[in-house]
Design a protein around this ligand. Structure first.
Ligand code: ADP
Length: 162
């Protein structure tokens, strides 16, 4: 049986830190779904469609990875697609409290679905989507932080005045 995992997140936009997690974890599963969460309460710069396209481009080199979007409870969506694990990345200690709360809640809903954490690679451990959006606003070079397609998309947003 093919073991599937789901890596959920906002990915607004995808960074090299996310791609690093995806490349590393995809080696351990038959299939990895990247789930872009449609979260109405979060102010997003990129629409769901834009985030899907950017993520697809950023992960096009990985054969067992596919990108989808979903709304509602992550663990319920994982059940639907028959994923047995949720993947999350941990950067600094500041991620820990929120991730613990999330993982504990999800385990209570469905104890069969484990949340697995990967430590961020040192070189990306401080990288976040908000950081790159801020840097891009001030014309800083962001090529180290994001895939080329995201660099271009951020430049386009800036041109549009967003
Ligand atoms: P969310 O809104 O769900 O936190 P994000 O897109 O910010 O969505 O992050 C998705 C997941 O990726 C989270 O588990 C987050 O901790 C992790 N993550 C974010 N940035 C990095 C990074 N630079 N390195 C490793 N993991 C990361």
């Amino acid at each position: 049986m093919m073991i599937k995992a789901l890596y959920p997140g906002s990915f607004d936009p995808v960074t090299r830190g996310h791609v690093d997690i995806i490349e590393r974890v995809s080696k351990s599963f038959g299939h990895l779904y990247i789930g872009i969460i449609e979260n109405a309460s979060k102010d997003a710069m990129f629409s769901i469609e834009e985030r899907l396209i950017l993520m697809e481009e950023a992960t096009a080199h990985l054969r067992n990875v596919s990108v989808i979007s979903f709304s509602g409870l992550t663990v319920k969506y994982a059940e639907e697609i028959k994923a047995s694990a949720l993947i999350r990345g941990l950067r600094a200690i500041s991620d820990f409290e929120y991730e613990l709360q999330l993982a504990s809640t999800n385990r209570r809903i469905n104890p069969e679905i484990e949340t697995l954490f990967l430590m961020a690679s040192t070189k990306y451990s401080y990288v976040s989507s908000s950081l790159v959006k801020e840097l891009s606003l001030y014309d800083s070079d962001i090529s180290f932080y994001v895939p080329a397609c995201v660099e271009k998309a951020l430049a386009d947003k800036k041109m549009e005045g967003k």
